[in-house]
Design a protein around this ligand. Structure first.
Ligand SMILES: [Ca+2]
Length: 109
């Protein structure tokens, strides 16, 4: 599903830099380089559903940790620190997980 939504492979080149172990993960830059920012709210919701692996309706910390793998098979895991920072940026209501509206808001913020 992500491959259908996210455009041409060569556009992912800059994204790969974000996926490198040494790089500092910045979710805003990441959403931009993988083309998420350019997607409609509707398509962002489809991406959310793809990332919500257990279909709980929320992206939990464990799912967030592996978010880069959803975009690239050789994507690295986020560190605990990066995962928590990402979660904190998205989790407006403080319930410790990312809801679909929070995700959409974060992407288009
Ligand atoms: Ca979930």
């Amino acid at each position: 599903i992500l491959n259908q939504l996210i455009p041409a492979k060569d556009q992912l080149k800059p994204a790969k830099d974000q996926l490198k172990p040494a790089s500092h993960f910045d979710h805003k830059k990441f959403f931009d380089v993988v083309g998420l920012k350019a997607l409609s709210a509707e398509n962002v919701k489809l991406v959310f559903q793809a990332l919500d692996v257990d279909a709980s309706g929320f992206i939990e910390e464990e799912e967030l940790k592996f978010v880069l793998k959803g975009f690239s098979a050789d994507g690295r895991d986020l560190t605990d620190k990066e995962t928590k920072a990402f979660l904190a940026a998205a989790d407006k209501d403080g319930d410790g997980k990312i809801g679909i509206d929070e995700f959409e808001a974060l992407v288009h913020e």
